[in-house]
Structure formats: C-alpha cells, structure tokens
Design a protein around this ligand. Structure first.
Ligand code: NAP
Length: 258
C-alpha cells in the first residue's frame, strides 16, 4: 500500500537501491547503468558477449565512486536467467530495480524473413524480458516493492515496415508490461515501459543514410535522441517520484509516436 505521509516532492535519489540492467555493456543500457549509479544505486551490469565493454562500464561507475558488478547471461535462456538472478542476489542481497533493456534487431521484409531471424528477435526481446521478470518478481514481492522498466520501442507502438519481428516483440513487451503491472500493483511493484524513438547507438549506426534521413523526417523534433535521454526517463520511473505510475508506456522519441 502507498504511504501518503511519504509524499515529499521530487526525489530522484536511488541511494541504497540495487538495480539490475540487462544489456548494459553498451548503448542505452550502459547509459542507464551509469545514470542509476550516479543517483546512488549499486548496479548489476548484464551483458551477453561483450565482457570487456561490460568491465569498462563497471570501471566507469567505480571511478565515479559507485558500486557495480558484471554478470554474463543470455537473457533468452530461461534456466540461465534463473541462475543470473540468483547470482545477483548472492552478490547484492536484494533487487529494487529491474531494467529489461537487452535487445536485438534482425530487420528484413516480412516475405523474406527467415524463421531463425524471427525467433532470435522474439526470444531476446520478449522472452528475455519475461524471463527476468519471472525470476525477479518473487524477490520484489518478498521485499514488498520494486520498480520494473521494460524497453519497448516506437516500432512496437506504430509498427514499422521491415521490422515485423522487432515490432511484434516490442508490442509484446507492452502487453507484458501492462499484464505484469496489473498482477504486481497490489504488491507495491510498478511495471512500466519506455518506448524510445531513434536513439544514437550501435543499433542505429548500421542504418543507411537514406533510412536515417527518412527517420529524421518523421521526428517532430528533427533529430535522433541520445542514450542519456532514455536513461533520465528510466531514473525517473525507478525513483520515488514515480511511485504512483504503473502500466504506462513512456515514449521518449522527439514526438514521433504522438
Ligand atoms: P545496442 O547498442 O545494440 O546494445 C544492445 C545491448 O543488448 C548490448 O549490451 C548487448 O550485449 C545486449 N544484448 C543483446 N542480446 C542479448 C542477450 N541475448 N542477452 C543479454 N544481453 C543481450 O542497442 P541499444 O540501441 O542500446 O538498444 C537497447 C534497447 O533499446 C533494446 O531493447 C532496443 O530494442 C531498444 N531500442 C533502441 C532504439 C534505438 O534507436 N537505439 C530504439 C528503440 C528501442 P552484448 O554487447 O554483450 O552483446
């Protein structure tokens, strides 16, 4: 239950909290891990293949006076995820914030898309999000609270030609977010999604100039966003300032999906 006596105005501090950020070795996840550490959270940095880069994020956080540890886990694997969350609990003792950020694209036209490319994207983006919630929610229930933030996309809101697999996975993440929010609300756990538009990371660096120009023309603010734009939204949703917000999809997209 919410304690109305506790409403004291803006409070973005994450001091004393433990945050798990999947796919935090680069891009948006890295920015979220660093921003949450800057607000005082101890951070579990998850990666799949990029160990050296995950260690760089840990060093960056520690150099700024924060605490972080790295954890290898392919989030699409149910059993491996169970171990990952257990390892985090062994190291940190609790989980207050879970950010399901790990994601991939394998773009292509629907008529030519392979079964492997469809499955890989759904397994990482949607099943990976389910897996981490599945093994973290019980702990958050024990702790009588927590914040879960899932990375969706404007593609999941609007659909996108050439991204049937990706848009389906992200629309799925939105349905998963709302269902989990309804199941966990009475336990003091909020579950929200962020739907980024086009953000400057390695994921969008591979797009051709023509595709980038086409994308920019659909963004009212006329430019791609930066990973920090998403990180600040994630910090807010993980903070006490957002304690009465659940089941929402926050578009951080320069106005693209309005
Ligand atoms: P990115 O730069 O390509 O980074 C992807 C991250 O996900 C990496 O840390 C990667 O780890 C991790 N990852 C991939 N597969 C994984 C798996 N099976 N298990 C664990 N980790 C895995 O991507 P990004 O642009 O930062 O995107 C982050 C999230 O935002 C994704 O969910 C993406 O769909 C979403 N998003 C991005 C944009 C955009 O414009 N960039 C827009 C909308 C939504 P390794 O380095 O170890 O492989």
């Amino acid at each position: 239950m919410l304690d109305n006596q506790a409403v004291t105005g803006k409070n973005l501090s994450l001091a004393g909290k433990v945050a798990v950020v999947t796919g935090a070795s680069r891009g948006i996840g890295r920015a979220i891990a660093c921003a949450m550490a800057a607000e005082g959270a101890a951070v579990a940095i998850n990666y799949n293949g990029s160990e050296a880069r995950a260690l760089e994020v840990k060093q960056e956080i520690e150099a700024a006076g924060g605490r972080a540890e790295v954890f290898q886990c392919n989030v699409s694997d149910f059993a491996v995820c169970e171990n990952f969350i257990k390892e985090v609990l062994t190291v940190f003792g609790k989980i207050d914030i879970l950010v399901n950020n790990a994601g991939i694209t394998k773009d292509g036209l629907l008529m030519k898309m392979s079964e492997e490319d469809y499955d890989a994207v759904l397994n990482t983006n949607l099943k990976g999000t389910f897996n981490c919630i599945r093994f973290t929610a019980r702990q958050m229930i024990r702790q009588k609270g927590g914040h879960i933030i899932n990375m969706a996309s404007v593609s999941g809101v609007l659909g996108n030609a050439g991204q049937a697999n990706y848009a389906a996975s992200k629309a799925g993440v939105i349905g998963l977010t709302k269902s989990a929010a309804r199941e966990l609300a009475s336990r003091g756990i909020t579950v929200n999604a962020i739907a980024p538009g086009f953000i400057n990371t390695e994921m969008t660096a591979v797009l051709s100039d023509k595709v980038k120009e086409g994308a920019v023309s659909q963004i009212p603010m006329g430019t791609f966003g930066e990973p920090e734009d998403i990180a600040q939204a994630a910090v807010f949703l993980a903070s006490d300032s957002a304690r009465y917000i659940t089941g929402q999809v926050l578009c951080v997209d320069g106005g693209m999906a309005m």
